[in-house]
Ligand binder design. Sequence first.
Ligand SMILES: [Zn+2]
Length: 139
Amino acid sequence: MSIGKYFTIAELTVTKSGLPNIPNQAETDALTELVKNVLDPLRELFGKPIHVNSGFRSAEVNRLANGVPTSQHCKGEAADLDCDNNLLLFQLIRDNLVFDQVISESGTPEAPAWVHVSYKKLGNRGERLRMENGKYTKL
Ligand SMILES: [Zn+2]
């Protein structure tokens, strides 16, 4: 089943844990907002498919992924993205879209291993961060 133009619910609930990972209605609504406001427009700006490492995570899946309990992934508000130019993804989000947080994660500042992005219905902070060895710094 697709959400928006370019993404599917399967892509946004993918997990290697083997556990069920099924969003409820509120979480599905949040994923839909994330796709509509961030992922679909980002896909158009980037012009090529973008791989989702992790989108929605149930509490159990999040625990296995060592996510913090308050993770926006558990609300359906966040996705971790990976493609052949993660720095460009980060910049496209930062410069063109409304978002809550965008985080350049691991790897190097020039080539992050992945990009975390989140979107909320209300009160998007537009926060830009770099995460290295579990430490977050503002950009
Ligand atoms: Zn994330």
